[in-house]
Write a protein that binds this ligand. Structure first.
Ligand code: F6P
Length: 292
């Protein structure tokens, strides 16, 4: 049996544990496409043993490398990738909601695909946990906790921009864990008057407001400038948490969830269940559903 695994879209902490578990089970039968769909299109396919060993199983990043590959949507490149994918008995695709579409299309064209959610964004439909999420949240929480003492020393306020692309999961979870004073999850909640009042209230009480802002809503520096203008004081600072959210060491929960996703994927391969998504339900139990 020949198995192919690839990480599509971005990397996510915990992906290496997933790779390790698949390798541990199927050893030299496992291959990877270098940098996801890009390597699949170009036929850059190598034994997984070349990049994985037990020393990598707890590390962030992804040993197979990852890449965005918008070209894969075009028939010409998709068909190139399809030819390589068809040579495998099972193709495992780790990624977010965009990658899921690629996995589904490969399945519709005769490839035995299994999709596994791997993205810090936690943006996969019907899925309550994707590999990378808890580490991304942990890193953002660290950033807030390590920044606020200094913000507070000056009685300033701080806007923290967290990743999540178009999804508010990270923003909401971080806001909950740090007990934020306000969260901007979408255009509607980008309410300057509310933010100004929250900041002022804290300032009057000799304290400092912490506000969590989801990326891709508005430029965070511009939000701060506008608030400073409204307040008539230069007290609103900004902190972009950024890629530390992807680069942080996987949490215990991450490693445990990645292992659970891998075990279920192995079960699907052994029982020849393909054209499926291996997901996590609201209790974080692993479930298997067909592509939508
Ligand atoms: O999809 C994961 C993610 O980290 C998003 O949260 C973010 O919008 C994007 O990738 C950033 O991508 P890059 O690091 O390539 O700029």
């Amino acid at each position: 049996m020949k198995i192919l695994v690839l990480a599509s879209g971005g990397d996510a902490p915990g992906m290496n544990r997933f790779m390790w578990e698949i390798y541990r089970k199927f050893k030299d039968n496992v291959y990877f496409a270098f940098a996801g769909f890009t390597g699949l299109v170009n036929g850059q396919i190598f034994p997984l043993s070349e990049v994985i060993d037990s020393s990598k199983k707890n590390s962030a990043g992804v040993v197979t490398k990852a890449s965005r590959c918008p070209e894969f949507k075009q028939a010409k490149y998709f068909n190139m990738g399809l030819e390589y994918a068809k040579k495998f008995d099972a193709v495992i695709i780790l990624g977010g909601n965009g990658s899921e579409k690629g996995a589904k299309r490969l399945f519709e064209n005769g490839v035995n695909t299994i999709f596994v959610p791997g993205t810090i964004d936690n943006d996969v439909e019907d899925c309550h946990y994707s590999i990378g999420f808890s580490t991304a949240v942990k890193e953002a929480v660290y950033s807030v906790e390590n920044t606020m003492p200094s913000i507070d020393a000056f009685l300033n306020a701080c806007l923290f921009e967290v990743m999540g692309r178009e999804d508010d999961s990270i923003c909401k979870e971080v806001a909950k864990q740090v007990d934020a004073d306000y969260q901007v999850v979408d255009e509607k909640t980008l309410d300057y008057e509310k933010m100004k009042n929250v900041i002022l209230k804290k300032y009057i009480a000799s304290s400092s407001a912490k506000i969590i802002v989801r990326e891709n809503i508005a430029n965070i520096t511009e939000i701060a400038s506008k608030l400073n203008e409204m307040l008539g004081m230069n007290i609103v600072k900004t902190q972009i948490v950024g890629r530390t959210q992807r680069g942080g060491s996987p949490t215990k929960q991450e490693l445990s969830m990645a292992t659970k996703f891998a075990k279920e994927t192995i079960r699907c391969i052994k029982t020849k269940v393909f054209g499926v998504r291996v997901l996590a339900d609201e209790n974080l139990n692993i479930i298997v559903t067909e592509f939508k």
